[in-house]
Design a protein around this ligand. Structure first.
Ligand SMILES: [Fe+2]
Ligand SMILES: [Fe+2]
Length: 319
């Protein structure tokens, strides 16, 4: 008997169970005309029986319990590589699993940024995102569609990486290692915010002077947290994603060519994603409204050429 108080989360497993792996969590379903989930597949059922049950397609929507969500996330993460390589799985579904895994991993990095295991998971999922986007650049559009509704720090980190990869690929012919380290920098760009209290991070109104001084420390704190684990390219993006070409950014007030191309790209991706998603202190802008604001009210923040490249990228054109 399932206790009434158990919380359930809806899942899609059709493509995950294309895997030849068994599961260590229960899967439930809701029979027609009932709101009470019932057990459909028990943990550790053999793979042939799992597939047979799902293949019947007679079940309703599928659920797991909230307590087993961590096991489900691990299952997805372990399957990512083969999901990306599986040509039978539509790009949209692959993008959705990659996006969900990346968000979970960033959440864990923010929870424990000193964990070497979390950082190595972030590196692996960065490679997964690149494998997906380099195999088919259309996946960039799918990934961006998934993250554009609400502003959550974790979703924002993934979006900045996806916008960043898109723009980077348009303008640069650098090697894969540089692209990977740049993308990792984008994913981890705000990791220093894990050291800032929620009351400042999620403050609905304008920040006062002291609060903003605390916020301004997050690039340096992120750099410090990742210094032993990441390359110079990654650390540069973390440290300099709030610099402005007019020298009025932070933390170092760098100007023009003192800012690397990688940091300039990350800055544009960061601001655009923040403006187009819902934040505690501001609603989400439409793409055109965000670009107009960036062009007219943020003069001197971005390099003109890179900003124009970004507009071309959003329009689906090449530079
Ligand atoms: Fe930031
Ligand atoms: Fe950011």
């Amino acid at each position: 008997m399932i206790p009434e108080t158990k919380k359930f989360i809806r899942i899609v497993t059709d493509y995950l169970l294309a895997e030849d792996r068994t599961i260590d969590f229960n899967i439930y379903t809701k029979p027609p005309n009932s709101n009470r989930p019932i057990l459909l597949i028990a943990a550790n059922t053999n793979i042939a029986d799992i597939k047979a049950t799902l293949a019947k397609k007679s079940h309703g929507p599928l659920f797991i319990t909230q307590e087993s969500s961590k096991k489900f996330e691990n299952f997805m993460e372990d399957s990512l590589d083969s999901i990306i390589r599986n040509t039978a799985i539509p790009l949209e579904q692959k993008s959705s699993v990659v996006h969900a895994c990346a968000k979970n991993i960033i959440r864990d990095v923010f929870d424990d940024p000193r964990s070497g295991r979390n950082i190595s998971r972030a590196k692996t999922v960065t490679s997964n995102i690149l494998d997906l986007t380099l195999a088919d650049t259309q996946s960039i559009r799918h990934l961006l569609r998934l993250g554009s509704h609400d502003y959550y720090t974790f979703s924002h980190c993934v979006n900045v990486a996806v916008f960043g990869i898109g723009l980077w690929l348009m303008i640069s012919k650098g090697d894969y290692t540089e692209l990977h380290d740049f993308a990792l920098g984008c994913i981890l760009h705000d990791v220093g915010k894990s050291q800032i209290v929620d009351s400042i991070l999620n403050k609905p109104g304008k920040l006062d002077y002291e609060e903003f001084e605390i916020i301004k420390k997050h690039p340096g704190q992120g750099h410090w947290l990742m210094a032993k684990h990441a390359s110079e390219i990654t650390l540069d993006v973390i440290m300099h994603h709030h610099e402005k070409i007019n020298g009025q950014g932070y933390p170092h007030g760098l100007k023009q060519d003192q800012i690397s191309d990688n940091a300039k790209i990350a800055t544009i991706a960061d601001v655009y994603d923040a403006l187009t998603t819902h934040r505690p202190y501001a609603g989400a802008r439409r793409p055109l409204s965000a670009l107009t604001l960036m062009k007219e009210e943020m003069t001197g923040h971005f390099e003109q050429k890179r900003f124009e490249d970004f507009i071309l990228f959003l329009g689906g054109r090449s530079a």
